[in-house]
Design a protein around this ligand. Structure first.
Ligand SMILES: O=C(CO)COP(=O)(O)O
Length: 123
């Protein structure tokens, strides 16, 4: 089964919830994993079930990165806040890097996220 990770920084969480609601039909066919707070909100505010890792600042991005290194993920939607510094910036950079290493597709905007999930749904 296609497995994807969903991650959103705080300012982007409303966008993530709207994205998930809009594409619930596609996403319900995927195995979903998320960082802690993103996953909690998705489960509370949509009908989807999500495996939750730690919150990002507590290591959630790193746990997702470990799945990328294991080639356990088919893609990542990571709605980043481009205007706010994050205490765990090194973890975020490491996640981007390991996606590059393994050619795991990562979408960081709403539009690219739509291309990503539509592409995976067609596989
Ligand atoms: O900080 C994050 C990604 O870098 C997201 O973490 P949360 O989903 O726990 O807010």
């Amino acid at each position: 089964m296609t497995r994807i990770a969903l991650i959103a920084h705080d300012d982007e969480k409303p966008e993530m919830i709207d994205f998930v609601r809009t594409h619930e039909d596609i996403l319900s066919g995927f195995d979903l994993v998320a960082t802690g707070t993103t996953g909690k909100r998705i489960m509370e505010e949509t009908g989807l079930d999500v495996e939750r890792k730690q919150s990002g600042p507590l290591g959630g991005d790193t746990q997702i990165g470990a799945e990328v290194a294991d080639e356990a993920l088919d893609g990542i939607v990571f709605l980043r806040d481009p205007l706010t510094a994050q205490p765990h910036e090194p973890d975020i950079t490491a996640l981007l890097r390991i996606c590059d290493v393994h050619d795991t597709p990562m979408a960081t905007t709403r539009t690219s996220a739509e291309f990503l999930i539509e592409g995976l749904a067609d596989e």
